[in-house]
Every structure is written in C-alpha cells, then in structure tokens.
Design a protein around this ligand. Sequence first.
Ligand SMILES: [Zn+2]
Length: 77
Amino acid sequence: MAKEKSTNPTALRCPTCRTLVLRDDDNFPFCSDRCRIIDLGKWASGAYRISSPILDPEVLDGLDDMHRSGHSSGDDE
Ligand SMILES: [Zn+2]
C-alpha cells in the first residue's frame, strides 16, 4: 500500500455559515442539511449568476497590463 499523502483537508468551512466542518460529516462540506439547502437555494435563485465579465478580453488585457507595469521595479516610493 502506498503511503497516503495528507494533502486532503480534514475539515473545511461551511460555504454558508463558515462553520468548520469535518470531512466525515454527513453533510460535508456543509455543517448541516440546512446550510446545504440554503446554498442550493442561492444557486436556484440566481444569486450566483453565471455572468463572466472576467473573461472579457479587454478586462483580461487590462489586468495583464497592470501586472506588467506593476510595482516590481520599485523605482518610486
Ligand atoms: Zn453551515
């Protein structure tokens, strides 16, 4: 048997209420059935819109520019 790497998190935070949830919890990664339903409800009600402005080429271009002309040189104070 290969040695198992312990890179897997043993616990995560509930996406809904940020409570720490152990991996072997029934509702993982949610802390409770209620939180899971709340999260599903968000998706269903469109709280998580699938609009992707970040994929706009112009936006990406701008970001790239910001990084390139960034503060790596340290010329100014
Ligand atoms: Zn929760």
